[in-house]
Design a protein around this ligand. Sequence first.
Ligand code: ACO
Length: 321
Amino acid sequence: MTIRISGTGSALPKKILTNDDLSKIVETNDEWISSRTGIRERRIAGEGESVVTMGSEAARRALENAGANAGEMDLILVATCSGESYFPSTACQIQAEIHADHAVAFDISAACSGFLFALHTAQAYLSMGVYKKALVIGTETLSRVVDWTDRGTCVLFGDGAGACVVEASEIGLMNVVQHSDGSQGEVLISHASTFPTPSEQQGHPAVPLQMDGQAVFKFAVKTVPQCITEVLEQAGVHPEEIKYFVLHQANKRIIQSVAKRLKVEEEKFPVNLDRRGNTSAASIPILLDEMNRDGMLTRGDLLVLSGFGAGLTWAAALLTW
Ligand code: ACO
């Protein structure tokens, strides 16, 4: 027994921030951003838009797409690293919004790998028969975490949410590999800043998101092909059999490098980061929903999903759509 994705949904903020708009905020330009990252614009949450409102909207759309209702959900797992409160969890807030009264809800923190870590957790519960139906959601407002004076990071991120309804099934998620390396946590870090430490109170403000971009780049281009190869070898599946490789949307150059290392044509790596930016845990479910609604997915297709990010954490999953 495993799980199958029976519906997808996504929700994005209304406001579009282009690279030209960014050049009015920090010293940058469209050529620098698009040539180094592939990003041309991103959505930024405005007043009244949050991880809860977007996550709830994505969940409602996924439920509609699956032909299910919120009351049938046994479990809500939310992957986020930009929740607005330490507690209650974003998952519990979404549960209340969508009236999934009967579900157990909690958050999973694994940054940009979060959606895959949550999907794997759902599989563990559902394949054991503990629960039958779950919502797995990635929802982020990284725009509220980044330093808008740091041109090296603020140009990379966008906001949004994606959700999948998953159900216990004989066919679907085949296998997942997950990895963590806490010893490299410093290369991508965002300190909690709600409660300043004594030294911060003495005039050293908590620092928002900080990144060693080149270290993250090297980590991604090495570990992502490795863990995709690992998940394929475990299942005895060849890369040529895969219809699409749905990667976390961090950077076009990372995706191109992964395709090259796996010796797979780039056309098999769908990309929406040009319009969405890096939406962290939301990037994979948003892209999956766009592919689903564009008619790119047919039942029986083999897909690989792969996420990588802060922690450091990384994961790959092989599934039959
Ligand atoms: N506009 C113009 N110039 C800039 C900008 C900008 N937005 N940002 C940095 N620069 C400048 C730097 O100041 C530096 O100038 P200098 O040479 O005068 O000192 C120059 O550009 C080069 O800076 P680098 O940081 O060395 O640029 P690099 O070529 O490494 O590109 C980038 C930076 C795009 C972040 C790259 O390291 C990368 O893609 N890293 C992967 C990280 C990533 O994708 N993170 C996403 C979050 S993590 C995740 O989702 C897994």
